[in-house]
Design a protein around this ligand. Structure first.
Ligand code: OFO
Length: 168
């Protein structure tokens, strides 16, 4: 049985994962428009992953008999200066999600709701993985001296993101 605070936080997270999925889908669309196939594949894969996160929380709430409300999802940002700008925005977004997940962990621990605490641990590990992933992409960009401008490093970054998408 979930308490009201945890129900509220989980419901908020369901909607936040939808939003995250749309953010990455919009980034995918932006990359497609720039002819960056590798980046598009990377963000598409990520968009689907976020949709999977939404499903996971949705199912948990349904199993617990908690009411779920799907809310209006805000429009994601759709204007970016360049690929570097997109990568930074994605990394910042993941950090925000990590803070939300930690809030659920804290609330469930404090409420001695160890079932939810155990459930949300998967997301803590997942957020760590995602922050590491985006951190690696940023390090790669730095290593290449990539500023986001057209040129050989843009081509290398696009290919790198294609490989990451294929192996993730
Ligand atoms: Fe990017 O992990 Fe869910 O939101």
């Amino acid at each position: 049985m979930l308490n009201d605070e945890i129900k509220g936080l989980l419901n908020k997270q369901v909607n936040a994962e939808f939003f995250a999925s749309n953010i990455y889908l919009q980034m995918c669309a932006w990359a497609e428009g720039q002819g960056l196939d590798g980046a598009a594949a990377f963000f598409r894969t990520h968009s689907l992953e976020e949709r999977g996160h939404m499903d996971k929380i949705f199912n948990y709430m349904a199993e617990c008999g908690a009411a779920i409300t799907i809310e209006a999802i805000p429009q994601p940002p759709n204007e970016f200066d360049n690929l570097m700008d997109v990568i930074h925005a994605a990394y910042e977004h993941e950090k925000k999600v990590t803070a939300m997940i930690k809030k659920i962990a804290k609330a469930s621990f404090e409420a001695e709701d160890y079932t939810t605490f155990n459930f949300i641990e998967w997301f803590i590990a997942e957020q760590h993985e995602e922050e590491v992933l985006f951190g690696k992409v940023l390090s790669k960009a730095e290593m290449l001296g990539f500023s986001g401008q057209p040129g050989q490093s843009l081509h290398i970054m696009d290919n790198y993101l294609r490989q990451v998408a294929a192996n993730h």
